[in-house]
Ligand binder design. Structure first.
Ligand code: PGA
Length: 253
């Protein structure tokens, strides 16, 4: 399995010209991404421009997906439209969308829609806070169980990617990211939950990524925890730092 690196640009940068310049910055170091499965998820209006710049080394991703492949839905961008731009992967159930009201049930519909459309679903799960009693483990189990409702073990499980993103660790500096020992424990737990849902053989095929303040200086320690890659927010807008993260992942290629 190639290490996976996904850059989630969120609603940045604030102009097409800046987006083009960041994508050009990434392209200058394209060799760094060759051994990885790299995806960039820019704001939708920048898809075409970014697509051209990253063609040689990365794939386009979207930060969300609609729950119906086609139809009449004012304001929605359906999977068919995403596909026509070359989008290969969609982030689903990101905590910032869940904060706007997206439920596990909606995430489940979006996953099934992505699968039907031939787009890889990257499901995000993550607790808002941790407590000494370990309640957060049960929270993650429920998010996984409900969001993966209706995903078929045989045909679909092998096409899924999971991103574990503890909400409290998002958007900070590397020092405040999750500690590798805690992450290693959570990775084992997620694998166990996936095994309970899909069986061992299918569960072993599902990559688990970590996201939440991954930067150049903590990527090396975090990749030693058993994760298969990273979902990177702010550092993906900084070609130098994103390159450092890619270099850390390359050692696991
Ligand atoms: P961050 O964001 O890397 O800026 O913490 C990660 C994410 O929200 O996907």
């Amino acid at each position: 399995m190639k290490p996976i690196l996904v850059g989630n640009w969120k609603n940045h940068p604030d102009s097409l010209a800046r987006a083009a310049s960041i994508a050009s910055g990434l392209a200058k170091k394209s060799a760094q991404y060759k051994k990885l499965a790299t995806y960039i998820a820019p704001p939708l209006p920048y898809l075409e421009t970014v697509s051209k710049k990253i063609k040689g080394f990365g794939n386009l991703a979207s930060q969300d997906i609609f729950f119906a492949p086609e139809g009449t839905y004012t304001g929605a961008t359906t999977p068919d439209i995403l596909k026509s731009f070359g989008v290969k992967l969609s982030i689903i159930g990101h905590s910032e969308r869940r904060a706007l009201g997206e439920t596990n049930e909606v995430a489940s519909d979006k996953i099934k829609c992505a699968l039907r459309s031939g787009i890889t679903p990257l499901l995000c799960v993550g607790e808002k806070e941790r407590d000494a009693e370990g309640e957060h483990f049960e929270f993650i189990r429920e998010e996984l169980r409900l969001s993966l409702e209706g995903v078929r073990r045989k045909d679909d499980a092998g096409k899924l990617i999971i991103a574990y993103e503890p909400v409290w660790a998002i958007g900070k500096r590397s020092k405040e990211a999750m500690q590798p020992t805690d992450l290693a424990q959570m990775v084992i737990f997620i694998k166990k939950v996936l095994t309970d849902i899909f069986g061992r053989e299918a569960a072993e095929m599902i990559p688990i990524l970590y996201g939440g303040s991954v930067e150049g200086d903590n990527a090396k320690a975090l990749i030693e925890t058993g994760v298969n890659g990273f979902l990177v927010g702010h550092a993906s807008l900084d070609p130098k730092m994103f390159g450092e993260i890619a270099a850390a992942l390359e050692t696991h290629a």
